[in-house]
Design a protein around this ligand. Structure first.
Ligand SMILES: NC(=O)c1ccc[n+]([C@@H]2O[C@H](COP(=O)([O-])OP(=O)(O)OC[C@H]3O[C@@H](n4cnc5c(N)ncnc54)[C@H](O)[C@@H]3O)[C@@H](O)[C@H]2O)c1
Length: 394
């Protein structure tokens, strides 16, 4: 047996996503990964993450970057650009969590998006994307965009079907929704660069952009890219008439909790993407493809791999059932391996293979750039009550 290539990895951040990446790194089989350690700006948080996992903590990002080939950018969205650019300048591959980057307001702690212009947001986000792609172009390392939906088994199966049958994809519709984010920071534009669309909608949106890219590659030898977008954003839980029965999170500061985004591709075909914080009953992540020769339903989560019936809530106290399920009593679409079915270990595997071979992964910086460009063009469209806005494709 030939020996596996050795690749040194590190993690920037010590929150929820850092743990997802930590778990994924342990399932990599194509490379011999040496997980060197982590950097997180609050030493107490860094220690709390590192100690039980047997990891070294680094006092600065630079010190971590000096010792790794790959860094996982699992920090808050506003920090992605600076970390990724620092990594690329040192020749370190940057596995960047979603969203790639964004526009986070004017830097003021009292920023409220109602006082901002979405043209400024679009320009600011695209300038950030340009800086990141420029750093990548000048580097021997790559942006590896951590969009797990690209690697979800159902989306990869659909890639195979499109490639092998020469399908023309006419309409994609998809959604990511649940009943409200767990994070206290969520809900502030200045920290996240937007709300439901950039927090959740980027997953089905990037999968849709990816599948049109796959179709273009298979049929014409070049990707089919997004050309224009029309969108509406709403704050349903902040309506004066909203009746709060306590089942939905309601304390969003200045972001949308509902978004509907209609994308027109350069070949005239379309995608419709929904994202919201108002859906009960567990995470609602799906993508459906209508092609000229087939139809595919990709049930990301939940799906029908397993169902459980639990007559008494208390019995399942220590049992993880499925993301964001409100109650564990009664029937539930229990996920036997949620990480696998949503593509997390597969994306990490692909990124270490890319780092070892130098081959571009399916989810790369350009796909991420198209996503950010579409998202902020959608925010501009929503400001104009759904008028069509052109999308600058990368
Ligand atoms: N793919 C997914 O399904 C998924 C799920 C959750 C989060 N995410 C993404 O992962 C990223 C982190 O989200 P989270 O839920 O882990 O948030 P979190 O609030 O749990 O953790 C954020 C971490 O970033 C750290 N951080 C902030 N600034 C930093 C900097 N300059 N350098 C290094 N670390 C820094 C914080 O200390 C904290 O440890 C976000 O971009 C989020 O959108 C993706």
């Amino acid at each position: 047996m030939t020996s596996k290539p050795k690749v040194r990895g590190g993690i920037a951040g010590s929150g929820f996503a850092a743990n997802l990446h930590f778990e994924g790194i342990h399932r990599v089989y194509g490379a011999d990964v040496d997980l060197v350690g982590i950097f997180s700006p609050t030493p107490a948080h860094a220690g709390r993450f590192a100690e039980p996992r047997g990891l070294r903590t680094f006092a600065s990002l630079e010190a971590l970057l000096d010792e790794v080939d790959v860094v996982h950018v699992c920090a808050s969205p506003a920090a992605h650009e600076a970390i990724a650019v620092a990594a690329l300048r040192r020749g370190v591959h940057a596995v960047v969590e979603k969203p790639l980057t964004g526009w986070f307001g004017d830097g003021g702690a009292d920023f409220h998006v109602a006082r901002a212009s979405m043209k400024r947001a679009l320009d600011g986000a695209l300038a950030s994307v340009d800086r990141m792609l420029d750093a990548e172009a000048k580097s021997k390392a790559m942006i590896l965009y951590a969009e797990n939906w690209v690697y979800a088994p159902a989306v990869q199966k659909e890639r195979e079907i499109i490639e092998k049958t020469g399908a023309q994809v006419l309409w994609i519709h998809g959604e990511e929704s649940h009943s409200g984010s767990h994070s206290n920071a969520y809900g502030f534009w200045r920290l996240n660069g937007g709300g439901a669309l950039i927090g959740k909608g980027v997953h089905p949106l990037t999968a849709a952009l990816y599948l049109k890219r796959v179709e273009g590659r298979a049929r014409h030898g070049r990707p089919i890219r997004p050309a224009a977008v029309s969108a509406r954003m709403h704050a349903l839980t902040r309506l004066d008439g909203f009746v709060d029965r306590g089942f939905l999170r309601t304390d969003y500061h200045d972001v949308e909790d509902f978004s509907a985004t209609h994308v027109v591709f350069e070949d005239g075909t379309v995608a419709d993407i929904f994202a919201s914080e108002i859906v009960m009953g567990g995470i609602h992540n799906w993508l459906e493809v209508m092609a000229n020769n087939h139809r595919a339903q990709c049930n990301i989560n939940p799906n029908t791999a397993m169902a459980t019936y639990n007559p008494a809530e208390d019995q399942f106290r220590d049992v993880y059932v499925v993301e964001k399920i409100g109650t564990k009593q009664g029937w539930a679409p229990t996920a036997p391996d949620e990480d696998f079915i949503t593509g997390f270990p597969q994306e990490i595997e692909a990124f270490y293979r890319a780092a070892a071979t130098g081959e571009r992964p399916e989810s790369d910086g350009r796909l991420a750039a198209d996503c950010i460009s579409t998202v902020y063009s959608a925010y501009l469209s929503a400001e104009q009550k759904g008028a069509e806005v052109p999308v600058r494709a990368y």
